[in-house]
Design a protein around this ligand. Structure first.
Ligand SMILES: Nc1ncnc2c1ncn2[C@@H]1O[C@H](COP(=O)(O)OP(=O)(O)O)[C@@H](O)[C@H]1O
Ligand SMILES: [Mg+2]
Length: 283
């Protein structure tokens, strides 16, 4: 069983057409699977429906038709408790590295918030006074937050600062740390480097590669850039106007694209410098 199974999914939104309101399908009959440990690249032009597919996998948007299963659980039938458990197992990282971070919170609070929400603390001894227990818990949170910072290439001092004190690339590292806090199996990466400079994006892409190797993570990597998708993915699914037009092993799909649309995506390669830099940095 694949970790994620998307089966014949449609998504429609109402749209005003003159005096009438009609349904417009923005995702049409999409089926795909993501195997544990792989990176599935989802590529397509802006507006092709990639984010809508991501939101349906995350359970943030319900499909109009079809089914999404994560770890064998049909999201439409999941109980609240099952949904909470699945939300710990899959975490999103979005394009805009600033929008996802509450500007009033310090990084320590931002990266420990998932633990507070999901009640992941425990371990303190009942012998201690309430005050001592609180202090011990705070210290443990800080230690774990420091470890997370190091994993994404930041140091402990980052914990005491606010999001606006960081560059775009550093903010995206904080978002990744937050996404990793609950030790998820699956990251849904929706254009995570599209808002960043080429060299900064290349560093983030390599960080994602390293984290995947260390933690055996599964990725859905979404981008409009074929070179970036090719660099990271084991398999690639190509979306055009709401439909999947082609799916295959990354190398063979790029070497022998069947669809004219895929050929056009490969020919339009403004992000090639980013990939060259990522490869150079990775050594
Ligand atoms: N909540 C919504 N209501 C109406 N239309 C939407 C909504 N979300 C997305 N769309 C439309 O669906 C289409 C696909 O959007 P999206 O999934 O964001 O594409 P992509 O991520 O590939 O750029 C676009 O035409 C967009 O305008
Ligand atoms: Mg999008």
């Amino acid at each position: 069983m694949a970790l994620v199974e998307v089966e014949r999914v449609w998504k429609s939104y109402p749209r005003r057409a003159g005096l009438k309101v009609e349904e417009r399908a923005v995702v049409r009959d999409v089926s795909l699977e993501i195997e544990a440990g792989e990176t599935l690249g989802l590529v397509g032009e802006s507006g092709s429906g990639k984010t809508t597919v991501a939101r349906m996998i995350l359970g943030l948007t319900a499909p109009s038709r079809g089914a999404v299963r994560v770890a064998g659980v049909d999201l439409a039938r999941a109980s609240a408790a099952e949904m909470r458990r699945l939300r710990c197992q899959m975490q999103p990282v979005f394009q805009d590295p600033y929008a996802a971070l509450n500007p009033r919170m310090r990084v320590l609070a931002l990266v420990t918030e998932p633990w507070a929400i999901h009640g992941l603390n425990g371990g303190e001894s009942a012998e201690l006074s309430l005050l001592a227990r609180r202090r011990a818990k705070r210290q443990r949170m800080r230690e774990r937050a420091t470890a997370l910072m190091r994993e994404v290439g930041l140091d402990e001092s980052a914990l005491d600062r606010h999001p606006h004190e960081f560059s775009g690339g550093q903010r995206q590292r904080i978002n990744i740390a937050r996404a990793l806090a609950l030790r998820p199996k699956l990251l849904i990466l929706d254009e995570p480097v599209s808002a960043l400079d080429v060299s900064v994006g290349a560093q983030i892409v390599n960080l994602l590669k390293d984290l995947q190797r260390e933690h055996g993570l599964t990725y859905l990597f979404i981008s409009h850039s074929m070179p970036l998708v090719r660099y990271l993915s084991t398999r690639i699914a190509v979306m055009e106007a709401g439909r999947l037009v082609e799916t295959g092993e990354a190398e063979s799909l790029c070497a022998h694209p069947r669809e004219p649309y895929t050929q056009r995506l490969i020919a339009a390669t403004p992000e090639l410098p980013a990939v060259a830099q990522a490869q150079a940095q990775a050594g």
